[in-house]
Structures are given as C-alpha cells and as structure tokens.
Design a protein around this ligand. Sequence first.
Ligand code: DX5
Ligand code: ZN
Length: 214
Amino acid sequence: MLIAPSILSADMANLKAEVDMLNASAAEWIHFDIMDGVFVPNLSFGFPVLEAVRRCTGKPLDVHLMMVQPERYVERFKAAGAAVLTVQYEACTHLHRVLEHIKKLGMKAGVALNPHTPAGALEEVAQLADVALVMSVNPGFGGQAFIESSYGKISRVRELLLKKNSPAAVEVDGGVTLANAPQIKAAGADALVAGSLIFTAPRPQEVIDKLAAL
Ligand code: DX5
Ligand code: ZN
C-alpha cells in the first residue's frame, strides 16, 4: 500500500523534523492539502510551505487542491515542486482540459471526488487520470470520521477504472485508521492519505509501517 502522510496534521513549528521523520519512513508520497476558504470552509497553506518541504525531501509531493479555479495555479504548483496534482471534480468546469494541462507539464494528474459525487463522474476522464482520489470525509478539515458509504464508492471507482482500462491509482483520503485500513484496501484502494493518525501517534513511523504492510 502506498502511504501519503498529510502535512496538514504535522507540527508546523517543527516542519523540518516532521519531514525528516517522513524521509526515514516507509511513506512514498507526502500529501499537501491546499484550501482556499471558498471551495472548503478553511484555509491551510500554499507555495512557501510546499517549497520549504521540497528542499527537505526527495519524496514526491502529492498536492490536493481543494480550491475553485485550480487551472489558474497549475504552473505555479509545478514550479513549487508538485509531482502529483489533484483537482476536485466539483471545482472544474473544464476538467478534461485541466488534466491534460497537468500531464503536459510532466506531473501526474489526479481527480478527487467529494463524498456526494458518484463514482461514474470519472467515466469520461478515467483514461486521462493517473490518480482517482476518493474523499472519505467532506474536505476541509483533518481528524474527521470516515464516512462508511465510502467502502462501496471505492469499489465502484475501482470497477470503473478496470472497465475503462485506466491505469489510475485509487487513493483514499480522510478518516483513515489502523482499524478501517484493511477494509479500505479490500475495497480496492492502492494508496492511503493519513494525517491525524500519523502525526498524533507517539511513534509515527510504526503507524506508517503498519499501513504500508497492508
Ligand atoms: C481533508 C484532507 C485530508 C486530511 C486527512 O480535507 O483532504 O487530506 O488531511 O486527514 P485525516 O487523516 O486526519 O482525516
Ligand atoms: Zn487531501
């Protein structure tokens, strides 16, 4: 299982130490939740934080844009070091064009689906997407409870990608715990985002090891 710890839950006053911990861990990607206060009722961080972490790690930066009009910032995120750039399906009028733009710049392109958005929303972009991100909480905050209906949604996304011959990875974001992770994997996930679970643990690397070993 590919693990992408979410920096949102890291200790921002000790970011270098947190990234060093991730560097020495089994985490494969580092997940960034970019919030604009419009698409979601919260603000997080932007380019300076991304660039600072970029200088401290060789791990791919997995950037999740919870913002309106993400097409305005694709080039800036590339320059800031994003390796994976995921946009919210609900925020894109021209999703196909945005995904093509992301890929043309050499990044992996992801599509995130809010909990209310059906798996079938991916039908016409499945072949373009490198990542299908299933939001298993309503975006905007770390530390929320996993929405139980997400298991079925993950399976439906997995089936759709198979049907469409899409190589996209299924990434699950929100409310991941050591208790629900096996069922999330069984439903069809390839990658897990985890924030509070990892960064509030006394020994975060052990939690990452356990998730990665699934
Ligand atoms: C929610 C974010 C998540 C969040 C996950 O808006 O997209 O990535 O950081 O946090 P946990 O693992 O605490 O639910
Ligand atoms: Zn996220």
